[in-house]
Every structure is written in C-alpha cells, then in structure tokens.
Design a protein around this ligand. Structure first.
Ligand code: ZN
Length: 378
C-alpha cells in the first residue's frame, strides 16, 4: 500500500487521500505563520505503479503565480535530483511518475540538509584561514555561525554574505557552499586575490529552525527574517538581531543577501534605490557590479527583476535596505530561480545545486573587480 511521509528534517506535506494510485496532498503552513509553498516528501511502496500526485491547495500558497511555470524535482537517493513535468490548473498542482524503485522523494528544489550544513561549517573551520568569529542562537537554540575567511588587517574591506533567511530557498545555501569551497581553495587565484583585498564574513544559514521545520519563509517564531531588520527584537528574530550587532562591531563595506525567487525565471540583483541615503556613488557601484557579473557569466541577468523601490515603497525591514542605510555601502539581494534560467535552459536539471555553486565562484571573480572601488568603513 502506498505510504506518504514528510516526517523528517525539512519535510512538508499533508496526505489528504489516496484513491487507487491517485494521491491527494496539501502543503502545510509554516510553523506559527500562514506562509506556505515549500514541500518535500517521500512516497514509498510505489515501484512500477502509475502514480499521480495532486496538491489540491496549490492556489492557497504564498506565490500561486509561480505554479504555471514551475517544474518540481524528484530523487531516488536524495543526492541526484531530476526535473519532473508539472501541471497547474488554477487550483491543483499535479505531477505523475511510474517510479523505478520502491521509495521516491519529491520537492520544490533540491533540499540542503542540516547534516550537510554542520559538515560544511566544520569542514570550513578546520582550514587555517577560516574561523568561527561569533555564533548567535536561533529561537530553538541552534547556532547561527558567522565565519570569517582571511585575516582582518585594518586596510582590508569587509564583505558580508548571508544566506537562507528564507529557509525554502535552499539554492542560497548551495551558493554559500560554493563560495566557501572557492575561498578555502588555496589554489584558487580568485580566492587569493580577494583575500588580499578583503575579509569575508559569511553566515551560510540564517534560519536553521525554519530549514528543519520545512518552512517556506519564516523562523521558529513565525517571523519573516527578511522583513525584521528595522525592528530586530532578540526575542522574535534573534538570528537577524545577532548578525546586525556583529555588523555594527566589525563594519560593512559590501553586503550580499542570497535568496531564491519562486516566480521569476532568472538570476538577478535587487538593489536599495528607495533608501534615504541612496547616493550617486551607491548607484554607480550597483550598476558597475551588475555589468561586471553579467560579463563574467551568462547565468546573471541585468534585464529582469523587481521594480526598484522608491522612498514611498521602500521596506526598511529588508536586510539590504537597512544595511545600506546604516553603513552607506553597496548592498544587494541576489535572487536565483527555483525552476530554471530562461536564458540558459537545462531541460534535465533546470536551475541546479551545481549552478548555484558556480554562480558563487563567478561572484568572487566579480568581487575582485569591484572591491577596489568600495568605501572603507573603519
Ligand atoms: Zn527570499
């Protein structure tokens, strides 16, 4: 008999009904919040059955507009994920598979497990030029690791990279893994060059509680961390509170906040145009960085993205806005697609974990060009 389970780390699905081989499912709300869209579940005893899966509350999720172009992923071993044709009919998201094995996993994007996160942190800090410079705590007392790569000589610029404020955007942590692997590779010229000019501060996972709970956007208290940076209440958003306090202590000359966008099928930056302190110099740096990155990789697009914010629409609870205003620095949100980059489609894998990692390498290349132009805060 077919069995459906999401009772594991990062899992999210609710079984409604199984009739023959037709499986009806709902996506659960985030813990303490009504946000939802992420799913990750296991189907077992399904070998050679023509299974049809229907997520029947797909219209009620946070971004239903993303479904018409969404292609989900499946895996037999949770290491190799393939795309699966996905259909949306105004309220139900459907996909079908005749599994080759008894157990198969389905998800919105390849997960990034907490075990892998812990391994990434330990693998980094045993290297000579990486240290755990400070460690915060999440709502459920999980560590928020702030890694420092390279020495912090007074003449070096301070570059900050944080990932996965939104826990379902696992491509952000794949990106962080790619960035750490490049920076900690002593044979990488790009890494050596950047570490001569800058100290890099990285938080690979801002939201471990949400990641483990299988949340879309929120932390253990139901807070969207990337709307919390103006308030920064340590009892509700200790994760962003911790990082901002460390930024105050260390200084910030460039800030990148790494995300994924469910709907827009491109990789792009969102800037901080609407903040009070937006200067000609910040606009110039922003424009330059986009141009440099688009020349380095066709996976980055300058043409697509969100409408720039204005003084009337700017949300100072968004990390990049708050940090740009406080530190007068170039501050960008990087968005990657969940399904694919329309300019560079890959029908088998779509936007993949490897492409997220390669983008991080290319960001390091582009940082080497932009860093000499940055202001220095301390
Ligand atoms: Zn996000």
């Amino acid at each position: 008999m077919i069995n459906i389970s999401s009772n594991f780390e990062g899992g999210n699905i609710k079984l409604i009904e199984i009739a023959e081989n037709n499986i009806q499912l709902h996506i659960n709300d985030d813990h303490n919040s009504a946000e939802k869209q992420w799913f990750y579940f296991q189907a077992s005893q399904v070998k050679n059955l023509n299974c049809k899966f229907d997520i029947t509350n797909a219209l009620d999720v946070s971004y239903p507009e993303a479904w018409p172009t969404c292609t989900i992923v499946y895996s037999y071993d949770r290491k190799h994920w393939q795309r699966l044709a996905t259909h949306y009919d105004e309220h139900t998201l459907s996909f079908s598979l005749k599994p080759e094995h008894d157990i198969v996993y389905f998800s919105l994007f390849p997960p990034y497990s907490y075990q892998r996160h812990l391994d990434l942190i330990t693998r980094a800090i045993i290297q000579d030029n990486c240290q755990l410079v400070a460690c915060g705590q999440s709502i459920y007392n999980r560590p928020i690791e702030l890694l420092q790569i390279g020495d912090n000589a007074a003449n070096k610029k301070n570059i900050w990279v944080i990932a996965r404020q939104h826990p379902a955007e696992t491509m952000a942590e794949w990106f962080a893994e790619g960035m750490l692997e490049t920076l900690l590779n002593s044979k990488s010229k790009d890494a050596c060059n950047i570490l001569e000019q800058a100290t890099i501060y990285i938080v690979p996972n801002m939201n471990p509680d949400g990641s483990i709970l299988g949340n879309l956007r929120t932390n253990g208290a139901g807070v969207d961390l990337n709307r919390s940076w103006l308030r920064l209440d340590p009892s509700k958003e200790p994760e962003s509170h911790f990082v901002f306090k460390q930024m105050e202590k260390i200084g910030v000359d460039l800030f990148l906040d790494i995300h994924g966008d469910e709907d827009i099928p491109y990789t792009f930056f969102a800037g901080t145009e609407g903040i009070k302190g937006y200067s000609k110099q910040l606009a110039h740096l922003d424009k330059n960085f986009r141009e440099i990155l688009s020349q380095i990789t066709p996976d980055f697009s300058q043409e697509n993205g969100y409408e720039p914010s204005t003084p009337d629409t700017v949300d100072m609870g968004i990390a990049t806005n708050r940090v740009a205003q406080r530190f007068n620095c170039l501050s960008l949100t990087l968005e990657m697609p969940f399904t694919d980059n329309k300019y560079q489609p890959d029908s088998e894998l779509g936007w993949s974990t490897d492409r997220s990692k390669r983008l991080a390498e290319n960001i390091i290349k582009s940082l080497n060009i932009i860093v000499p132009e940055l202001n220095h805060s301390s």
